[in-house]
Design a protein around this ligand. Structure first.
Ligand SMILES: [Zn+2]
Length: 148
């Protein structure tokens, strides 16, 4: 009954994406899908992801220096995302993204766009983590109290 198992595993992948409502890497998807079907393998997850992308139900989202994540295609089209600088999780933002038509350099083909906001998510560990330090604007601020 391989067909039934395949359908169930595909359903598990979709359920995980629906339940989490944020883009997930195949690795994250695999971890979460094992809660639905402990026997599901990473290669199976990849196969279902490829199929769902080909069917237009999933879309890959890329962020610099990060593995590709996948999310369900939203009917509204363009979407903005929030990325947590502490845990690297990505969340969709419910805002309308204006249509931008940038000028293409000659010979370039634009294949997608991403609107990304950065910060810290509401996970307590991320909220507690100290914000990334900014470099001092100028060196004139040498009024720090010296110990002793
Ligand atoms: Zn976080």
């Amino acid at each position: 009954m391989a067909m039934i198992r395949r359908t169930r595993q595909r359903r598990a992948v979709l359920d995980v994406l629906e339940a989490n409502d944020r883009p997930l890497t195949p690795g994250e998807l695999h971890e979460l899908a094992r809660g639905h079907d402990p026997r599901i393998g990473l290669r199976t997850v990849y196969r279902h992801v490829r199929q769902l992308v080909a069917e237009g139900r999933l879309i890959g989202v890329d962020y610099p220096g990060q593995p590709r994540r996948y999310e369900l295609v939203s009917p509204g089209g363009g979407q903005a995302h929030f990325i947590c600088r502490i845990c690297s999780r990505v969340f969709p933002l419910e805002i309308e993204v204006p249509v931008i038509n940038p000028p293409n350099p000659p010979g370039f083909v634009i294949e997608g766009e991403e609107v990304i906001f950065y910060g810290r998510c509401n996970n307590p560990a991320c909220r507690r983590a100290s914000a990334p330090r900014r470099r001092p604007q100028s060196r004139s601020d040498s009024s720090k109290a010296r110990s002793g």
